[in-house]
Ligand binder design. Structure first.
Ligand SMILES: [Zn+2]
Length: 215
């Protein structure tokens, strides 16, 4: 099986002693950003927001685990894979929240297998978080309906094109019978043509025309 390229996936590689082959093989599948120190890695973490961090524990300027802890503080934490020959430091890495450890030296294919597994698990975690947000949204929706005084309408079956969740809120229309929608979860705003069920619902609303002038 040929592995699929993940051109859109950014990997932060923090390892001044990395083998040339490691970098080359990672670049075949990922967008690779490199850092050689803790300071540079922390900066890159916040700038790039990588999907995964591949890191050595022995770095010239101090506490490498600060990188791991910082990565795990992000809203969508990167998967952290530690690659090292220093077994003594591994427990601390695990406590700091690293997701995997690959003992050096390792063949590149092992690195890819491990990374693929971690990226897959990370994707599941992000998905689960989206589901939790969806649950939170139903509370938001109740609150929203309770305070609804204007012309905003919640559409359970209208899905956000950005995050794919339902319960989009229409808040206005354009002159061409299109509605403005907002997603309260990801804050995306878009315009879409009124569909059949929306047209019917709009017709049934008391107080007649919320959005469109008659005729
Ligand atoms: Zn959304």
């Amino acid at each position: 099986m040929t592995p699929e390229p993940h051109d859109h996936v950014s990997i932060l590689l923090v390892d001044p002693s990395r083998a040339d082959g490691t970098v080359a093989s990672l670049r075949q599948r990922f967008k690779v950003v490199e850092a050689a120190t803790v300071v540079a890695a922390l900066k890159a973490l916040n700038l790039v927001r990588p999907s995964a961090v591949v890191m050595e524990l022995t770095l010239p300027d101090g506490d490498a685990l600060a990188i791991c802890r910082e990565a795990k503080r992000h809203p969508a934490p990167a998967a952290v894979l530690v690659t090292t020959a220093a077994t003594d430091n591994v427990p601390n890495a695990l406590i700091a929240g690293c997701d995997g450890v690959l003992m050096k030296p390792f063949p590149p294919n092992l690195l890819h297998t491990r990374l693929a597994r971690l990226l897959h698990q990370r994707a599941l975690r992000v998905q689960q978080k989206t589901w939790l947000q969806h649950k939170k949204l139903s509370h938001l929706k109740e609150r929203f309906q309770a305070t609804q005084t204007g012309t905003n309408l919640i559409w359970a079956e209208t899905y956000c094109p950005s995050c794919r969740l339902g319960h989009a809120v229409s808040f206005d229309a354009t002159s061409h019978r299109r509605l403005w929608f907002a997603c309260l979860v990801c804050r995306h705003v878009w315009i879409a043509k009124v569909d059949g069920s929306q047209r019917a619902a709009l017709r049934n609303l008391s107080g007649a025309n919320l959005y469109f002038s008659p005729g």
